[in-house]
Ligand binder design. Structure first.
Ligand code: NAG
Ligand code: NAG
Length: 774
């Protein structure tokens, strides 16, 4: 009976959703956790840990003629407004951030905002007459010293082109206290536990001062950085879930943005469906696809708020190549009636194949936490859909994803040089020959360590080189040995993570020899592995204890399922002997915990961009809060005399020769050229991240380097790449190239038609309203 009522209720809501979302694409469901009343997705939001002051608060002081307006659409049902030139508000607060919310419409104009007596910004609250909006964030500053501040807002009454005196309005202030800057406190906060008995981190002496790494905190992502991909020489694409990010678009919080890696400017991107927990890849023609996402959530304890008016589970969001240095015209295209997956996927992995198409692997059929047989989607599908194994574009079963339950989401996958796909999930690994549809079982990951969500480890394919005939070697680090059949209430945020790193050469001999086991200086899960052009790997981010996700286990910290952020990156040199591969030499320590939903990527300049961390349902100020600050980790080569690529090709064909015009430091001895894919980063998966050394010869006078494109698409799947000239261990900045002929992946119209005819865009929602699937 209860179920019946619920599904009826749901039906009513679904109708309401459809109605409202058609009218206003910014509409986004139940934005108050546990609420069943749909409400508009407005920028006004009080993150846990922050404090709101209504326009009627006695602490907000008005000077001049202000009028109070009443409506349920205002915060606290009231708002103050003035048309008087020079009328002002003053407000004293203690914290590191202040946000001012009010109306915007065609009658609003410019106000001058002063903090501690200094004019910090003139803000214009005008917006399109067609779209008057309430509860808008008119001004914010999150960068204040942690102390008492005085805010003053003065109505100038003006705006360009307006003859009439303009309005200023005040609905509410939100004061944020900001993240705790003292890492010592993070550790003090931890309770006595099993974790504390782990051996302390081994720290080497600081050593050679020319081998110092740098860590700089600069920039803010505006939308939380759950997913990250470098899309051009100047920009990174940042994709989040639907939540109350500070960056606003069309009157509601944004959940995608383009971040300028040179100027740190950030531009919101419109997006239709909820991209929570999507995967992604570039295709062979340079278009990036963002795949999968979140359903319209209802009532599970981990995700009580309902974010996203369009179910993102079957979404394929297309981002066409965009190299504008101002991000002009860059856009995400989404049309589920024409382009979508055949089945719903949450936490799927996407890899680019040797033909430039995408293989979409696994995931769960709905949002949740630990995977299980009911929600598992143990299949692969291709985009564009392929005519293969009689599937006609529909999903193909993969036994591996059935036998690796429960901890098998966001599978690890890399194309290896024979064109097959290495996969790891939970405690197991296979090589999947997608052309033959056969699985070759590999030895399980040693010591019972699980390496995929929510026991999230990370992996890279180590550099491929013609020197050893592109012999592939996989490296998988971190994760956890927690029993994945335990319910959340038997798992603790204090259960230690694994410190294990395993590697295996993926040849017959290598597989016979099995996994080589190594140990990181600090155990961690939810870490990121970033390949450097020098051929080494830096491991950053992660937690020393607990498990991925939020709101599921005992001893949560805030909502985080994990604790003991690991704050020091570690450098891994694959060519060093076992036992001497990890180094903390010259490595800085961060102040910023980065655990669930954190990311890191190499950038074309050679530094590592580090962002994100958000073990929360929605933006939070409570430890571990939502992190918007960006850090830049500079390997020692950043401060050395670097080679330069002055000129080179835009396109690099397989086996084709090309010439780079270069400036090499004098006395250059060892000249290498690294072709890299920085990957699509989400949930510690660095899909397609790759380094292939090219055949390269430098001219006697050191002004040119002649390179040969990779042998084929199995060694480097066709698509975008980055060329670095590496001289005596110091890389240049990268040149953006298109590898292959730039034509798209094969498109089979009949298979696309078959998928559209035999699947619907919102299967998960339908399964619920027809009585549910459980
Ligand atoms: C399977 O997972 C889903 C999503 O997390 C959850 O709602 C459901 O209760 C789980 N079922 C079982 C049998 O554990
Ligand atoms: C790349 O191929 C995909 C799939 O066919 C297509 O949708 C997209 O528009 C293509 N991009 C370019 C830049 O041609």
């Amino acid at each position: 009976m209860a179920i019946h009522i619920f599904s009826l209720l749901f039906y009513a809501f679904a109708a309401f959703y459809a109605h409202v979302s058609a009218a206003e694409s910014a509409w986004n469901g139940h934005t108050t956790p546990e609420s069943l009343t749909p409400s508009a997705f407005l920028p006004f939001y009080v993150p846990p840990g922050a404090k709101s002051y209504d326009s009627a608060s006695p602490l907000v002081l008005y000077s001049g003629k202000w009028t109070e307006l009443f409506s349920t659409a205002y915060v606290g049902k009231s708002l103050q407004q003035t048309r008087e030139v020079g009328a002002y508000i003053s407000f004293t607060f203690t914290g590191t951030g202040i946000e001012w919310f009010g109306n915007c419409d065609w009658e609003h104009g410019v106000s001058d905002v002063y903090i501690d007596g200094l004019l910090v910004q003139s803000v214009d609250a005008w917006c399109d007459a067609e779209k008057p909006r309430k509860q808008q964030r008119i001004f914010w500053d999150y960068d204040l010293a942690p102390q008492k501040h005085m805010l003053k807002i003065v109505n100038t009454g003006m705006r360009p082109g307006s003859k009439r005196a303009c309005l200023a309005s005040m609905d509410a202030f939100v004061v944020t206290k900001g993240p705790d800057p003292d890492p010592a406190q993070l550790y003090a906060a931890a309770s006595p536990n099993a974790y504390a008995s782990l051996p302390p981190m081994l720290r080497m002496p600081d050593g050679d001062p020319t081998e110092k790494w740098t860590l700089e905190q600069k920039g803010s992502t505006g939308v939380h950085a759950m997913q990250l991909a470098i899309i051009s020489p100047t920009h990174a694409l940042i994709v989040d879930k639907v939540e109350h990010n500070p960056l606003t678009i069309n009157g509601h919080p944004a959940w995608a943005a383009l971040y300028n890696i040179d100027t740190h400017a950030v531009e919101p991107l419109p997006m239709i469906s909820n991209s929570f927990c999507a995967g992604g890849t570039f295709l062979g023609n340079g278009t990036l696809i963002n795949v999968g996402g979140n359903p319209v959530v209802d009532g599970s304890p981990t995700s009580a708020a309902d974010f996203g008016d369009l179910d993102g589970l079957q979404s394929i969001r297309m981002f066409e190549p965009c190299t504008s240095s101002t991000a002009d015209g860059c856009a995400i295209y989404e049309n589920p009636d024409r382009i979508r997956m055949a089945s719903p996927r949450w936490y799927n992995t996407v890899v680019r194949l040797p033909d430039g198409s995408a293989m979409i692997i696994g995931g769960s059929k709905k949002g949740g936490w630990m995977n299980n047989a009911t929600v598992n989607n143990p299949t692969i599908e291709y985009f564009p859909p392929k005519s293969i194994h009689g599937s006609n574009g529909l999903p193909i079963d993969l036994q591996f994803l059935k036998r690796t339950l429960n901890s098998n989401l966001f599978p690890i996958a890399f194309v290896i040089p024979d064109g097959t796909v290495f996969m790891a999930a939970n405690n197991d690994a296979i090589i999947y020959d997608w052309k033959a549809n056969t699985e070759r079982e590999l030895p399980p990951i040693p010591n019972g360590v699980r390496v995929t969500y929510p026991m999230t480890g990370t992996a890279v394919l180590l550099p491929l080189s013609p020197d050893n005939n592109y012999e592939p070697q996989i490296l998988i680090c971190g994760g956890s040995a927690i029993d994945d059949t335990k319910p959340g209430f038997e798992i603790s945020s204090q259960d230690p993570a694994s410190g294990q790193c395993v590697s295996m050469v993926l040849t017959d001999d290598g597989i016979a020899a099995g996994w080589e086991v190594d140990e990181m200086p600090e155990a961690r899960l939810m870490l990121d592995a970033v390949l450097l052009p020098t051929g080494s790997v830096v491991l950053v981010n992660g937690a020393g204890s607990g498990i991925s996700g939020y709101g599921n286990v005992v001893n949560q910290v805030g909502a985080s399922n994990a604790d003991h952020p690991v704050l020091t990156p570690v450098h891994y040199t694959p060519s060093a002997p076992l036992g001497a591969r990890f180094s903390l030499d010259g490595m800085p320590t961060s102040e910023i915990p980065r655990m669930y939903h954190s990311v890191a990527t190499l950038t074309p300049g050679g530094a590592v961009m580090i962002a994100g961390s958000n073990p929360n349902l929605d933006r939070s100020e409570v430890m571990y809060g939502t992190e918007y600050r960006v850090e830049w980790l500079g390997p020692p080569y950043m401060t050395k005399a670097r080679p330069q690529i002055a000129n080179g090709p835009k396109q690099l064909g397989f086996k084709k020769m090309a010439v780079l015009t270069v400036r090499l430091p004098s006395g250059a001895l060892d000249v290498k050229v690294a072709l890299m894919d920085f990957g699509y980063v989400t949930h510690a998966v660095h899909a397609n991240s790759r380094l292939v050394y090219l055949d390269a010869t430098s001219s006697a006078d050191g002004t040119t380097v002649t390179i040969t494109g990779p042998p084929n698409g199995m060694i480097y799947p066709p698509g975008p790449g980055w060329l670095f000239v590496v001289v005596d261990g110091v890389p240049s900045k990268a040149l953006h190239v298109m590898v292959g002929d730039g034509t798209g992946p094969p498109v089979d119209r009949a298979e696309i038609k078959n998928v559209l005819e035999n699947t619907r865009p919102d299967q998960y929602e339908e399964s619920k309203s027809s009585g549910g699937e459980e």
